[in-house]
Each structure stands twice: as structure tokens, then as C-alpha cells.
Write a protein that binds this ligand. Structure first.
Ligand code: NAD
Ligand code: LMR
Length: 334
């Protein structure tokens, strides 16, 4: 028996921006929640972008997506948040060439405080939240602090793009398909201090599964150039496009929510920015990227991975930056 599912209400903030423009058609096509899951899109942007937002709504109607059961385009945050099941927070002030993600902090902290309250009041009680806008980890932390009735497990930030970038770099280096590489880890902040870790990553070859460390014999590349390429990829895209990454960010946001809601494949983990419970000695009270597996709509941090000295130092350095961002964010609030 094929019972049609009820539509899932998905909020995209900043929907008139460039990630929004790439993301909403992916959601409407089923890339986020599956090909059997109808969706209703709620799109929020600010007044100066209202006309452009309405243009996006017109295009969504024109594309005649079979799974799309409704579209709301609004500049009213309460209307946008009403009954949402999934909130993808893309709205904010983006980093421009030459700026560090920190520079955009104060502009975004006040936005995330206000939108947290709106989600708290109007969203479905089990709403799942993904923060994309930078500084993503700290925006998510502010959102968590100002939406205390949303379970802290439901508030996450996007580091899946960095995870996918790491898979991409290994696949290019080895000339294997990206889907044959798995279990890289992004630890920490979605910033240039993030630690892309390949110590547990594997590649599927014709003679079985091999560790990346075994196949990439150039340790020097793995320990330096690979790491800095992934850390700096966002900046490299900005330099090349004069705008920050959009299609890869949108696609990775779909990957993040799809795995969270529908589960990760057996034996595979992904990276998500989640509220630290103290795992791997990372202080509680930070939104930190960990390796996670997901089942039945819940993520759990992969436990028991061996951490060497090199990794420990890098994991601690990115935690330290997050602690500093947290105090900077609080100073912006006052
Ligand atoms: P953009 O400037 O094209 O779009 C941002 C949109 O947000 C604009 O339409 C703007 O009007 C809107 N906006 C601003 N304030 C708002 C508010 N208070 N409420 C609702 N909407 C608001 O930027 P973009 O390229 O789409 O990037 C969006 C964000 O995502 C940026 O912060 C960027 O740095 C970040 N980003 C994160 C990742 C990641 O992996 N975590 C990757 C790429 C980009
Ligand atoms: C990215 O990683 O592409 C985005 O976070 C944009 C940026 O500021 O680097």
C-alpha cells in the first residue's frame, strides 16, 4: 500500500540570495528529503530583496515541481517560521574577498538572536535546524541560546561542504570516484582553523577497502597541502568567482539534512557541526564539527577513534578559536 506522505514544511532564510537560488529547486526536486516526500517551501528574505524573492517564487511555480505542494515568500519572520519542520538558515551577511569570517560576526549575531526567538515561538516543536550562514558554528550557538525550547540536538551547522571538499581532494589525488572515498572527518569550526582529518578515511579499490594513509604514500601532502587546500577552499572559490560558493553549499546542505533525517549508510559517517557533549575532550557549550552517524532522525558522535598528537593539537586549536568566537559573539550582543 502506498500511502502519500504529509508535506514537510521547509524554511529557507536568505532565499533570494545565491545559495537560496541554488537550494530551493534542489529541495523541490526531492534532493533533501527524498523523492517520495512532498514539501512546502517557506522562503524568507528582507525588505530590499522582497521583489527578487517574489521572482524566485514565480520561477518555482513555473518549474511545476511535482513534489512542491506550496510556496510562501515573505519578509515576515513569524509567517516564515510558522509550523516549519526543517529550517535552513542561509540568510545573513556574506563574507567578501579579503574578509575573515569573524568580520561578519556582529552583523549576523543580532540576526540569529531575533530569528531564534521566531523559531522558538512559531516552528514545530521538533523542528530540525541547519545553520549555513557564517560564522556558521557561532550563529548556530546563538540560535540555540535564544531558542531554549528547541532541543539542543536539533540545532546544527553546516560543515558537510568541508567534508565533501575533503572527499573531493582525495578522489582527485588518487583518480578514483568520489563515492569510493569515505570517512574523512572535519573537526571544529567552519573556518580556516578546521581540521580535515584523513586518519580513518578509506577508499574502495578492486582489492577491497584500503586506508587512505596506505594508498596516498605522500604523508607530506596529506599533512600539509591537503589540509590547507580544504581549509582555504572557500576563499579560493571567492577569489575565482568573486562570490562565495553557492551550488556546492546548497548541495551539501541537502546532504546534511538528508542523512540526518533518512540516516547515514552502514559503515559511513559524515561531519556535522553539533552541540558538544564533551566527546574527544572538546569543551561543552560549543557547536563543533564531529564525525556522526544518523539513525531515525538522530545523530550520534562516532566514539572511540584514536587521536594522535598531530590531530590533538589541531582539534584543540579550532576549539580555541570557537571559544574566542563565542566570547566575541557575546560581546556583540551586549
Ligand atoms: P547572499 O548575500 O547571496 O544571500 C544572503 C541573503 O540573505 C540575501 O538575499 C539577503 O538579503 C538575505 N538576508 C540578509 N539578512 C537577512 C535576514 N535578517 N533575514 C533573512 N534574510 C536575510 O549570500 P550567499 O552567498 O547566499 O551566502 C549566505 C551565507 O552562507 C553567507 O553567510 C555565507 O558566508 C554562508 N556560506 C556558508 C557555507 C558553509 O559551508 N557553512 C558555504 C557557503 C556560504
Ligand atoms: C565557504 O566555505 O565556501 C563559505 O563559508 C564561504 C566562505 O566564507 O568561505
Amino acid at each position: 500500500l502506498n500511502v502519500p506522505k504529509d508535506p514537510c514544511i521547509v524554511l529557507v532564510t536568505g532565499a533570494a540570495g545565491q545559495i537560496g537560488y541554488a537550494l530551493v529547486p534542489m529541495i523541490a526536486r526531492g534532493a533533501m528529503l527524498g523523492l517520495d516526500q512532498p514539501v512546502i517551501l517557506h522562503m524568507l528574505d528582507i525588505e530590499p530583496a522582497a521583489e527578487a524573492l517574489n521572482g524566485v517564487k514565480m520561477e518555482l511555480i513555473d518549474a511545476a515541481f511535482p513534489l512542491l505542494k506550496g510556496v510562501v515568500a515573505t519578509t515576515d519572520v513569524a509567517e516564515a517560521c510558522k509550523d516549519v519542520n526543517i529550517a535552513v538558515m542561509v540568510g545573513g551577511f556574506p563574507r567578501k574577498e579579503g574578509m575573515e569570517r569573524k568580520d561578519v560576526m556582529s552583523k549576523n549575531v543580532s540576526i540569529y538572536k531575533a530569528q531564534a526567538s521566531a523559531l522558538e515561538k512559531h516552528a514545530a516543536p521538533d523542528c530540525k535546524v541547519l545553520v549555513v550562514a557564517n560564522p556558521a558554528n557561532t550563529n548556530a550557538l546563538i540560535l540555540k541560546e535564544f531558542a531554549p525550547s528547541i532541543p539542543e540536538k536539533n540545532i546544527t551547522c553546516l560543515t558537510r561542504l568541508d567534508h565533501n571538499r575533503a572527499l573531493g581532494q582525495i578522489s582527485e589525488r588518487l583518480d578514483v570516484h568520489v563515492s569510493d572515498v569515505k570517512n574523512v572527518i572535519i573537526w571544529g569550526n567552519h573556518s580556516s582553523t578546521q581540521y580535515p582529518d584523513v586518519n580513518h578515511a578509506t577508499v574502495t579499490t578492486s582489492s577491497g577497502e584500503k586506508s587512505v594513509r596506505e594508498i596516498v604514500t605522500d604523508d607530506n601532502w596529506l599533512n600539509s597541502e591537503f589540509i590547507s587546500t580544504v581549509q582555504q577552499r572557500g576563499a579560493a572559490i571567492i577569489k575565482a568567482r568573486k562570490q562565495s560558493s553557492a551550488l556546492s553549499a546548497a548541495s551539501s546542505a541537502c546532504d546534511h539534512i538528508r542523512n540526518w533525517v533518512l540516516g547515514t549508510p552502514k559503515g559511513t559517517w559524515v561531519s556535522m557541526g553539533v552541540y558538544s557533549d564533551g566527546s574527544y575532550g572538546i569543551q561543552e557549550g560549543l557547536i563543533y564539527s564531529f564525525p556522526v552517524t544518523c539513525e531515525k532522525g538522530e545523530w550520534s558522535i562516532v566514539q572511540g577513534l584514536k587521536i594522535d598528537e598531530f590531530s590533538r593539537a589541531k582539534m584543540d586549536a579550532t576549539a580555541k578559536e570557537l571559544a574566542e568566537e563565542k566570547s566575541l559573539a557575546y560581546s556583540c550582543l551586549n
